[in-house]
Design a protein. Structure first.
Length: 444
């Protein structure tokens, strides 16, 4: 059953609060976890990189399983909304535990890191797949879908802004020189804020579309996704893009501390990145109303590539130039991301139109699996490249190590954006396709 209802700004903001909650934890993972593991927790960069890759392998099981469970959930609150309520507290608790340092040997610390990181990612899966699927059933209007995803990622970056402003000051305040204690207690505060955001998202959104899966075998869900070539295009773009996001985010503290030699401004760089992202998300909202979102995505890829190429050549002594260009890279990046997420419901419509069946949560679970694999590969590459270029924690870095940091921070996003631009030429679900689908539905 379809619904082309125009959503209120209140409901769009409420939906976005779900990603504010997710990103209060997720952005700490992206921007600080590698640094936490190597310089606070006490394991090597190579070990941390391998950890992030190995743990994500389990997502190949948990993500489709969660998609199947969510598509078949029945409750008085709907199919996907209840998970915002059920999983909020476990997600927050596991985030705190993952950023807690046990007083034990390095080998035991590594075991602890594997277990706690894995559990935190399972909780992320259990709340984020239903949350993402919820965005696909608020409305079937293609432009409203783009708008709600733009609001979502503006609010996501607001969550990122919260962690940029609060994380390191909270670590310093609670730790008073003990960063291990500081990170643990800082995550308590941030997790409470995240939980409140999830509850607000649950309270002020509404499920309107139905995609019945109760009597359908799970293998049919998986088959429908895997045979959807337009879904594959979006998934591949997401994989490449998020690999570079993980690389850039993971190495940002190193770039600011060691390349620019302004360690005190790590929080400023994260803050500016989030502000650039917020403006980019609102530009995506405006741009999707006046042009085809496929064209908008291509323009965003060009912007990402050009700004990162410039950033790569910024000398060490031009910190404010690097800061400004960093803002621009995130502005273009956050034009692209909401459009990618708004494309997933379109690929479900495409699948349903082509074969008569399109599973929403399973499509999002596969999409998030590509996202997580991208982050895993990016996190692993960050650790491996740092180690390969000779990085050693808490010392003055060699020229080789600084080159590695710069390559990860600026060159990798530029290369990734050009790959995404090439892949977009295989994506066909533009405004022309959407209009023809609506005409077909109207005739039916």
């Amino acid at each position: 059953m379809g619904s082309t209802v125009k959503l209120t700004t209140k409901e769009k903001i409420a939906y976005g609060l779900g990603d504010t909650g997710s990103n209060i934890v997720f952005q700490v993972v992206i921007n600080f976890m590698m640094f936490f593991y190597t310089d606070v927790f006490g394991i090597t960069a190579a070990a941390a990189g391998t950890l992030m890759l190995v743990v994500r392998a389990f997502d190949a099981i948990t993500d489709p399983l969660m998609g199947a469970i969510a598509d078949r959930t029945k409750s008085r609150w709907g199919r996907y909304r209840p998970y915002l309520l059920w999983m909020a507290i476990p997600y927050g608790l596991l985030a705190v535990i993952a950023f807690t340092t046990p007083d034990t040997s390095e080998s035991n610390k590594l075991i602890y890191a594997y277990i706690t990181y894995a559990l935190m990612m399972v909780a992320y899966t259990a709340i984020n797949i239903p949350y993402s699927a919820l965005g696909g059933i608020l409305t079937s209007d293609i432009r409203e879908r783009a708008s709600v995803q733009s609001w979502r990622f503006a609010m996501a970056k607001a969550g990122g802004l919260i962690i940029a402003v609060l994380t390191l000051p909270l670590v310093a305040f609670f730790g008073n020189g003990d960063d291990q204690l500081g990170f643990s207690l800082a995550m308590v505060v941030l997790s409470v804020i995240a939980i409140m955001c999830f509850v607000a998202c649950f309270a002020y959104t509404r499920e309107r579309l139905t995609h019945s899966s109760e009597s359908v075998p799970v293998k049919k869900d998986i088959g429908a996704v895997l045979h959807n070539e337009q879904w594959w295009v979006v998934a591949l773009i997401t994989f490449v893009l998020l690999a570079t996001v993980a690389m850039r985010g993971g190495v940002m503290p190193y770039y600011v501390s060691y390349y620019l030699q302004t360690e005190s401004l790590v929080g400023t760089f994260v803050t500016v990145s989030m502000i650039g992202g917020i403006f980019g998300a609102f530009m995506a909202n405006w741009g999707s109303k006046i042009m085809c979102k496929v064209k908008l995505m291509k323009l965003a890829c060009v912007g990402i590539a050009l700004t990162n190429i410039i950033l790569y050549f910024v000398p060490q002594d031009l910190m404010y130039v690097a800061l400004t260009i960093t803002l621009l890279t995130q502005f273009f990046h956050m034009i692209l991301i909401p459009m990618l997420f708004s494309a997933i419901p379109d690929t479900v419509d495409y699948c349903e139109h082509k074969s008569g069946y399109g599973p929403m949560a399973m499509s999002f679970s596969g999409h998030l699996l590509s996202l997580k694999f991208g982050i895993a590969i990016g996190g692993a590459l960050t650790g491996w490249i740092l180690a390969g270029y000779g990085y050693q924690p808490n010392i003055q870095q060699s020229e080789s190590a600084l080159d590695g940091i710069r390559i990860i921070f600026a060159a990798s996003p530029a290369i990734g954006a050009l790959i995404c631009l090439a892949l977009l030429y295989f994506y066909k679900l533009d405004d022309k396709w959407s209009n023809s689908l609506q005409i077909t539905k109207g005739q039916a």
